[in-house]
Design a protein around this ligand. Structure first.
Ligand SMILES: Nc1nc2c(c(=O)[nH]1)N[C@H]1C(S)=C(S)[C@@H](COP(=O)(O)OP(=O)(O)OC[C@H]3O[C@@H](n4cnc5c(=O)[nH]c(N)nc54)[C@H](O)[C@@H]3O)O[C@H]1N2
Ligand SMILES: Nc1nc2c(c(=O)[nH]1)N[C@H]1C(S)=C(S)[C@@H](COP(=O)(O)OP(=O)(O)OC[C@H]3O[C@@H](n4cnc5c(=O)[nH]c(N)nc54)[C@H](O)[C@@H]3O)O[C@H]1N2
Ligand code: SF4
Ligand SMILES: [Mo]
Length: 701
C-alpha cells in the first residue's frame, strides 16, 4: 500500500510519519526514516492514532442554541457563520473590540494561527488573542527574549549526539518527548562513562532512571539550584571569562546575586544536599559540551521566566552555547507551539517575532495586511487566564475557542466554568463533541483535524514540516483556516481573506518574516514538501540553520546577550497546617492532554485507564493511607478523588496528579479542580506545578 509522509500531530519533537490510507481512512502509521528529526522512530501515541480519528463523538455539523438553557441544534454552515459574524459585530459595536477574545492552540497549523490572528488584531482590532501556549511555553519565550533579544530555541536534536553532560530540569522527557529521549539514551549507552546525565525533578521518573545524579528538589526551587550551581562554578574558576567579556553584558549584577547562593544556602532552599549541588555544578562546569533540556517543571511557575534566565545565565557564563552539543534547549510541548510564536499567536506579539508595543512593527504589519495606519492597537491583549477573568467581570463578552479545551486544561476549573456561563457568546471550534468546553458553546463549529487538512508546523528544533491532507474530513467539518476566513468574509473583509489554499496563506505570512530572527521567507509549501527545513532559511537556496548564535552575536542592540540576575522565590501557595502538602501536576506516557484522542485508543486506555495520585511513603503513613487506596486530594478550590500509588519515588511533602482527566470523565477526576490561577508577572504563565493540598483516605467511589 502506498504511504504518504507527514508530521505527527502530538508532541513538539515533531516526528515524521508515513501514513497508509485505505478507503479514505488512516489505516496504519509508522516512522518516516527520511525525516531528519526522528530518523524513522516514533512512539506509542503515534502508532495508536488510527482508532482515535473517526470516532462516534466526532463533531460533524455546525450547531447553535438560541438560549443558554436550550439544546444545541444542527444548522447549515451559512447560518452558523452568519450568526458568528453578526453577534461578534454586535458585541464590538456595543462594547468595543476589547469585549471580544480568541483563545487558540499550539495544535493549529501556522496558516490557521496566522489568519485567525490577522482577523483579531488587524480587522476586529482586538489584541485579546491568546493561546494555550500561555500555559506551556510563555516563560521560555519571554526568557529567551529578555536574555538573547529574541525568542527561539538555539539548538538541534543532533546536539544530543554530541553533548557529554545533560542537565534535564523540569522535564520528564522519557514520557513526554519519547523519541528525543531514546536518542539521549542511545548517546548515554554508547559512552556511559563519558556522558553524564543530571535530572532535577521532585519526582523520580523514567527520565530520572537514566540519571547519574537525580536532584529531587522542592517544587519551585529551581532558581536556588541554578544560582547555587553558578556560585560553585565561579568559586572553582570554571567560568568562560573570554566568552563573558566578548559576548555578554551584565555579568557583574549576576555575580553579586549568586554570591548569596553558596551551596549550603541553596541546599536549604532546594531541600537537596550541598554535596549534590556541588556535584551537579562540577559536572556541568567540566563538560566539554553541556546541553540543558527543560519544559513544564521550569515554565509553569510564578517565576518561570526567572527560572529560564537562571538556565541561560549558566550557559552564558560557561560559554556553553552556539557549538555542537552545547546550549539551552527548551522543549516545546505541542506540535506547533513554535509556529504560534512565529505567527504572533500570543496577546503581546505580532507575526515574525514582533512585539505589539513596537510602533514600527505595527506599521510594517499594517502595511502587509493592507489596513489603515493605527489599526492595530498598541497595548497587549489579555493572556489566557485574563480572558476568562474578563468574562467573569463582563469586560469580555465573547470568546471564540479554537482547538483547545480550557474547561479541562486551565487552572481552577470553577473559575473557568463560571466565566463560560457568564459570557454573552461562546464559540467553540473543535473536532469532537462533547468535551468539557463544547458543553458551554452557543455556537459549535466542526473542525477538520489531522490529517484532514494541509498546513505547516514548526517543531522544538525550529524545523518546519509540511502536513498534506490525506483523508477528507467527516460530515461537514472544515479546516480551521477556512472557518475563520468564512467569518471574515461575512464580516465584510472578504478582499483581505480571499485565499484559495493554505499555500497562499503560508506565502503571505512567510514574507512577513523576512529580516526577522525567525526568517523563513525562503520557504514555501513546494519546498517543504521535498524536505523539512530548520529556520532561519531566508532564501530559496538557503539550506536552513541547525544552530543559532554560533558567531556569538545576539539579536540585541549591541549584539551581546544580557545576563539577568534572578532570585529564588517560593511558590504562590505554600503548604500550611490545613493544607500540608504540595501538589504538582503533569503528564503520563500514554495520554495526550484532555483525552479527546488518546482516551479513544484501546491500547493506550488499557495501559492507563484511570488517573493515579503519587504519594510519598511517609506522607501516606501520616495520613493512614495504603498503596491502592482511594484518596481525596483537596485544595482551597476543590477536590480530586483517585486511587493512589504510595512510593518513595516522589519527594516527601509532594504529591503528583496527572491533569488529563477533565470533569467530563468524572467530576472528581480533574486535577484542575485544585490548581490555582497565580501566574508569572512577566510571562503571565500560570503556576500549574504547585499548590497546597491535604490528603484523606476515602471509600472506593
Ligand atoms: N505523553 C505525553 N507527552 C506529551 C504531552 C502529553 O500530554 N502526554 N503533552 C505535550 C506538551 S503540550 C507539553 S507542554 C510537554 C510537557 O512535558 P514535561 O514538561 O516533560 O511534562 P510534565 O509532566 O508536565 O512536567 C515535567 C516534570 O516537571 C516536574 N516538576 C514539577 N514541579 C517542578 C519544579 O518545580 N521543578 C522541577 N525541576 N521539576 C518540576 C514534574 O514532576 C514532572 O515530572 O509534553 C508534551 N508531550
Ligand atoms: N494542571 C495542569 N494543567 C495543564 C498542564 C499541566 O501540566 N498541569 N499543562 C498545560 C499545557 S502545557 C497545555 S499545552 C494544555 C493543553 O490543554 P488543551 O489544549 O486544552 O488540551 P487538548 O486536549 O490538546 O485540547 C485540544 C482540543 O482541540 C481539539 N482538536 C484536535 N485537533 C483539532 C483541530 O485540528 N482543530 C480544532 N479546532 N480542534 C482540534 C481536541 O479535540 C481538543 O478538544 O494544558 C495545560 N493544562
Ligand atoms: S515523540 Fe512526539 S512527535 Fe514523536 S511520535 Fe511520539 S508524540 Fe509524535
Ligand atoms: Mo504544553
Amino acid at each position: 500500500m502506498p504511504e504518504t509522509a507527514t508530521l505527527c500531530p502530538y508532541c513538539g519533537v515533531g516526528c515524521g510519519l508515513l501514513v497508509e490510507v485505505r478507503e479514505g481512512r488512516v489505516a496504519r502509521v509508522r516512522g518516516d526514516p527520511a525525516h531528519p528529526s526522528s530518523l524513522g522512530d516514533l512512539c506509542a501515541k503515534a502508532v495508536h492514532l488510527p482508532p482515535t480519528l473517526r470516532t462516534d463523538d466526532r463533531l460533524l455539523y455546525p450547531h447553535l442554541r438560541t438560549r443558554r438553557d436550550a439544546a444545541l441544534s444542527r444548522v447549515p454552515w451559512d447560518l452558523a457563520i452568519r450568526t458568528v459574524a453578526d453577534r461578534l459585530g454586535e458585541i464590538v459595536a456595543a462594547h468595543g473590540p476589547k469585549a471580544i477574545a480568541f483563545y487558540a492552540s499550539g495544535q493549529l497549523t501556522t496558516e490557521e494561527y496566522y489568519v485567525a490572528g490577522k482577523l483579531a488584531k488587524g480587522f476586529l482590532r482586538s489584541n485579546n488573542f491568546d493561546t494555550n501556549s500561555r500555559l506551556c511555553m510563555a516563560s521560555a519565550a519571554v526568557g529567551y527574549t529578555r536574555t538573547f533579544g529574541a525568542d527561539g530555541p538555539p539548538c538541534s536534536y543532533e546536539d544530543v549526539d554530541a553533548a557529554d553532560v545533560f542537565l534535564l530540569i523540569g522535564t520528564n522527557t522519557a514520557d513526554c518527548h519519547p523519541v528525543l529521549f531514546k536518542r539521549l539514551r542511545r548517546r548515554k549507552a554508547a559512552a556511559p562513562d563519558d556522558v553524564g546525565v543530571i535530572v532535577a525533578d521532585p519526582r523520580w521518573t523514567e527520565t530520572a532512571d537514566l540519571a547519574d545524579l537525580h536532584l529531587a528538589l522542592r517544587p519551585g526551587s529551581d532558581v536556588a539550584l541554578l544560582n547555587g550551581m553558578l556560585h560553585v562554578l565561579a568559586r572553582e574558576g570554571l567560568l568562560d571569562r573570554d566568552f563573558i567579556t566578548a559576548h555578554t553584558t551584565g555579568w557583574g549584577a549576576v555575580e553579586r546575586e549568586i554570591a548569596a547562593y553558596p551551596p549550603e544556602r541553596a541546599a536549604i532552599l532546594t531541600g537537596l544536599s550541598a554535596e549534590a549541588i556541588v556535584a551537579a555544578a562540577l559536572a556541568f562546569g567540566r563538560a566539554r559540551r553541556a546541553l540543558t533540556l527543560w519544559s513544564m517543571g521550569v515554565n509553569q511557575s510564578r517565576i518561570g521566566t526567572d527560572k529560564t534566565a537562571a538556565i541561560l545565565n549558566l550557559h552564558l557564563a560557561t560559554g556553553q552555547i552556539g557549538r555542537a552539543g552545547a546550549g539551552p534547549f527548551s522543549l516545546t510541548g505541542q506540535p506547533n507551539a513554535m509556529g504560534g510564536r512565529e505567527t504572533g499567536g500570543l496577546a503581546h506579539l505580532l507575526p515574525g517575532y514582533r512585539s505589539i508595543g513596537d510602533a514600527a512593527a505595527r506599521a510594517v504589519v499594517e502595511r502587509h495586511w493592507g489596513v489603515e495606519p493605527g489599526t492595530i492597537q498598541p497595548e497587549p491583549g489579555r493572556a489566557a487566564l485574563e480572558i476568562f477573568e474578563g468574562l467573569t467581570t463582563g469586560e469580555v463578552r465573547a470568546v471564540w475557542i479554537l482547538c483547545t479545551n480550557p474547561a479541562a486544561s486551565l487552572p481552577d476549573t470553577d473559575l473557568v466554568e463560571r466565566a463560560l456561563r457568564q459570557a454573552d457568546l461562546v464559540i467553540v471550534q473543535d473536532a469532537y463533541h462533547p468535551t468539557e468546553t463544547t458543553r458551554f458553546a452557543d455556537v459549535l463549529l466542526p473542525a477538520a483535524q489531522w490529517p484532514e487538512k494541509d498546513g505547516v508546523m514548526t517543531s522544538s528544533e525550529r524545523r518546519l514540516t509540511y502536513l498534506p491532507r490525506l483523508v477528507p474530513p467527516p460530515g461537514e467539518a472544515l479546516p480551521d483556516a477556512e472557518i475563520v476566513t468564512r467569518v471574515a468574509a461575512a464580516m465584510g473583509f472578504k478582499a483581505w481573506f480571499a485565499y484559495e489554499s493554505a499555500a497562499e496563506i503560508f506565502d503571505e505570512f512567510a514574507a512577513l518574516t523576512a529580516g526577522r530572527p525567525c526568517d523563513y521567507s525562503g520557504l514555501s509549501h513546494a519546498r517543504l514538501r521535498a524536505r523539512p527545513v530548520q529556520w532561519p532559511a531566508p532564501t530559496p537556496e538557503h539550506p536552513g540553520t541547525a544552530r543559532l548564535y554560533g558567531d556569538g552575536v545576539f539579536p540585541t542592540a549591541d549584539g551581546r546577550a544580557r545576563f539577568v540576575p534572578v532570585a529564588h522565590a517560593e511558590p504562590a501557595e505554600l503548604p500550611d497546617r490545613a493544607f500540608p502538602l504540595t501538589l504538582t501536576t503533569g503528564r503520563v506516557r500514554d495520554h495526550w492532554h484532555t483525552l479527546t484522542r488518546t482516551g479513544q485508543a484501546p491500547a493506550l486506555r488499557a495501559r492507563t485507564p484511570e488517573p493515579i495520585v503519587e504519594v510519598n511513603v511517609a506522607d501516606a503513613q501520616r495520613a493512614g493511607i495504603q498503596d491502592g487506596d482511594f484518596v481525596e486530594v483537596a485544595s482551597r478550590r476543590g477536590k480530586l478523588i483517585a486511587q493512589c500509588r504510595v512510593t518513595s519515588a516522589i519527594r516527601e511533602g509532594v504529591c503528583f496528579a496527572p491533569f488529563h482527566w477533565g470533569r467530563g470523565l468524572g467530576f472528581y477526576k480533574s486535577a484542575n479542580n485544585l490548581t490555582l490561577s497565580a501566574r508569572d508577572p512577566l510571562s503571565r504563565q500560570p503556576e500549574l506545578k504547585a499548590c497546597a493540598v491535604r490528603l484523606r483516605r476515602v471509600e472506593s467511589p
